[in-house]
Design a protein around this ligand. Structure first.
Ligand code: BES
Ligand code: ZN
Length: 465
């Protein structure tokens, strides 16, 4: 007889304790991109390894040239095997003054009658989401002494900085990571009541460029009018990345981008996502996206280019009359379809070099490149998850596309030959990557219950590993 009702009741009874566990993990500031937090990243990894060990997993930290990876196994011969992936690293917290509470002092708040949320950096992305899965494991083990499937847990600490060390790790540990399917809890729901399975993710190319003019910073009164100004050069190049219709002008950029089918267009039109609804929530009214494309198309299935940061010269208080020697920018591209991350990185660099005036040089740092992902529309794991989610939420689980990126999903397919099931419980108003990040307790709690159901449903699948 199924023990599922008992497992679900245990999760209900254990909610406050699970929240306390999540809070203690959230207190560790594991900001991957800032090396000042490297020690904290390791502590966050150790915290999770210890928790998994307490569940009877064989858990260890795997070293990489960057932050360690938490790797834990609990095999079950003869049963299907799942590889769960998440990330313990979080985004930087700046601007700090916009937080209502401290980012690494989690607080539970009621933001509307009956709607409780936990606020902290990483509350949703991705510690809260990872813990939905771990809590489901904990309750299932406590109630049954076993799991319905074999489980490998791999939680990395560099996702928010492009997962640069992960492909090599996956390649070198392919045998240990082999599974029937990968599970990822790092995506969102359709809305607060409607669960979703994500079927597509955009890819990502992230480049940093530094333009150098004179061999030193100059007095703008002495040299202004003659010496090249790297901020002007960079700003002009950045301004040329888009044309007036919102298209990206890098030659070959759109190679591999597919046009939507009529069916896809009709589905999008049915969803009727309006500028008011989508941009209204962030204080905007008008999309700056490509002309002639539906809003939902612009944010899910069209490639984009964004300058994420730009700097150079004097930015302190007051004035300084200077012509800087260097100016830099961090620029990211979201990719779709079959766009080739390698080629796009190279095409971007060529685009910049071709526009440099004489005397001016540019240097580049590549911060990771990953392709867009489309998961097959049907598979036994997908069907199992869909049924389990529908059961838990009392609403049909919908299939959605996402504009975000999770670099490892492409590596799972390419290096391990397995598909990924993307199930997450984030909401559009979670403020991920922004001040006051939160996770609804309904997502946290029903997310745990969802995974308990999904694990049981996956246990009934045929093992094929
Ligand atoms: N959890 C997000 C990805 C995501 C966001 C999926 C929204 C679905 C909806 C993930 O942690 C993330 O932010 N990834 C980065 C990856 C990048 C640094 C390569 C991203 O998308 O910017
Ligand atoms: Zn994430």
């Amino acid at each position: 007889m199924t023990k599922l009702p008992a497992i679900l009741s245990r999760l209900d009874a254990d909610l406050e304790a699970s929240l306390a566990r999540l809070s203690s993990w959230l207190e560790i500031p594991s900001i991957s991109t800032d090396s000042a937090y490297a020690g904290d990243s390791r502590r966050a990894a150790e915290w999770l390894a210890k928790d998994l060990e307490s569940l009877g997993f064989e858990a260890a930290l795997a070293e990489t040239p960057g932050h360690p990876i938490v790797l834990a196994h609990r095999p079950k011969p003869g049963a299907p095997h799942v590889l769960f992936y998440g990330h313990y690293d979080v985004q930087p917290v700046d601007p700090l003054n916009l937080w209502d509470s401290e980012p690494f002092k989690p607080v539970v708040k009621e933001i509307a009658p009956g709607r409780r949320v936990i606020v902290a950096r990483g509350a949703c992305d991705d510690k809260g989401q990872v813990m939905t899965f771990i809590e489901a494991l904990r309750a299932t083990l406590a109630e049954t002494g076993d799991l319905p499937v074999g489980v490998t847990v791999m939680v990395e600490g560099e996702e928010e900085s492009g997962s640069v060390n992960l492909p090599a790790f996956v390649r070198e540990n392919a045998a240990a990571l082999k599974a029937d399917v990968a599970l990822v809890c790092d995506t969102g729901m359709w809305d607060r009541e409607t669960p979703a399975i994500t079927a597509s993710l955009r890819g990502m190319v992230y480049q940093e460029v530094t333009v150098t003019c004179a061999d030193r910073d100059l007095h703008s009164g002495l040299f202004g009018g003659a010496a090249a100004n790297p901020i002007h050069v960079l700003a002009k190049i950045v301004a040329q990345l888009h044309d007036e219709t919102g298209r990206i002008t890098i030659p070959g950029f759109y190679d591999g981008v597919e046009e939507p089918t009529n069916q896809q267009k009709a589905d999008w039109a049915d969803l009727n996502l309006t500028e008011d609804e989508f941009l209204g929530q962030i204080g905007l009214k008008h999309s700056i996206g490509e002309k002639g494309r539906m809003l939902i198309e612009q944010i899910q299935s069209r490639p984009t280019c964004d300058v994420n940061g730009i700097w150079g010269g004097y930015t302190g208080e007051g004035t300084k009359t200077v012509i800087a020697s260097q100016a830099s920018a961090k620029i990211s591209f979201r990719l779709v379809g079959k766009q080739d991350p390698q080629k796009i990185g190279e095409a971007f660099q060529a685009f910049v070099r071709e526009r440099l005036p004489g005397d001016v040089t540019a240097s580049f740092t590549a911060h990771g490149a990953s392709p867009a992902i489309a998961v097959p529309a049907e598979s036994p794991a997908l069907a199992a998850a869909r049924a389990a989610l529908t059961e838990e939420w009392g609403r049909k689980a919908v299939t959605i596309g996402s504009g975000g990126s999770i670099p490892v999903v492409g590596d799972f397919k390419r290096l391990l030959g397995i598909d990924t099931l993307l199930v997450g419980f984030g909401l559009d108003d979670d403020r991920v990557h922004s001040p006051n990040e939160k996770y609804d307790l309904s997502s946290f709690h029903k997310g745990q219950r969802s995974w308990a159901r999904i694990l049981e449903a996956l246990g009934a699948m045929k093992a094929g590993r």
